[in-house]
Design a binder for this molecule. Structure first.
Ligand SMILES: Cc1cc2nc3c(=O)[nH]c(=O)nc-3n(C[C@H](O)[C@H](O)[C@H](O)COP(=O)(O)O)c2cc1C
Length: 203
């Protein structure tokens, strides 16, 4: 067996670049749209994101700063997940720009907004799938010493799902056809899901 590089994160990783995000990869991207209490829409990508429960469906994203998505989700009790895909990669990246709260990232990224059915926040019209969520909890993350971190995790229950019918084949969402974008390590790395393999769980 080859030797391992071991480190305790609290003491530093001892490498040129922090490997954590390259190891926990690929990560799905929660492209989160919200509406401010002032009516301004907001859109930003979050790769500290995942589905964390299926019944009922619950999604979570974590914001490492007091950003607009966090504030809007907290203030309005709503957010929308939009699937970020390869054809939407540039637009997704544009929406990660640090812009003042009064700036709506939809026109900034050249994206059309479509209305949701249940929540007031808009969704990304061009995304193959979007999920309307109502906020369940906003958890301020603390470390082992009980010190508050800068991060808040937002948990939301999915109350409405939009699927572009072009991606429905025999009643299944065609993930590979949608070409979801996933975040990998370091500053600029992404992966695209363009093929799937099949494996059944043991009986
Ligand atoms: C692919 C991608 C994933 C990101 N994931 C996160 C994340 O998980 N948590 C976070 O705090 N910021 C993340 N960011 C940075 C935010 O998108 C960025 O800070 C943005 O300005 C936040 O917008 P908001 O203040 O409108 O919510 C990510 C950026 C990119 C491009």
């Amino acid at each position: 067996m080859s030797e391992t590089h071991f480190y305790e994160p609290s003491a530093g990783h001892g490498l040129k670049h922090d490997p954590m995000k390259a190891i926990i990869a690929p990560r799905p991207i929660g492209w989160i749209s919200t509406l401010g209490a002032d009516g301004v829409a907001n859109l930003a990508p979050y790769s500290f994101f995942n589905a964390v429960c299926s019944r009922p469906p619950i999604l979570a994203f974590s914001s490492e700063k007091e950003g607009d998505s966090l504030r809007n989700a907290r203030d309005t009790g709503e957010f929308v997940f939009n699937l970020a895909t390869e054809p939407l990669a540039e637009a997704m990246n544009t929406t990660s720009a640090m812009v003042p709260p009064e700036v709506d990232e939809f026109p900034l990224a050249g994206l059309a907004a479509a209305p949701c059915r249940i929540v007031r926040a808009p969704r990304v019209a061009a995304s193959p799938a979007s999920m309307e969520c109502r906020v369940l909890q906003v958890i301020h993350l603390h470390d082992l010493e009980g010190r508050p971190t800068s991060a808040h995790m937002v948990l939301g229950q999915v109350v409405g799902v939009h699927i572009d019918r072009a991606y429905l084949k025999d009643g299944r969402f065609d993930t590979a056809a949608a070409r979801p974008l996933a975040r990998c390590g370091y500053l600029a790395d992404y992966a695209v899901v363009d093929s799937l393999i099949q494996m059944r769980r043991p009986a």
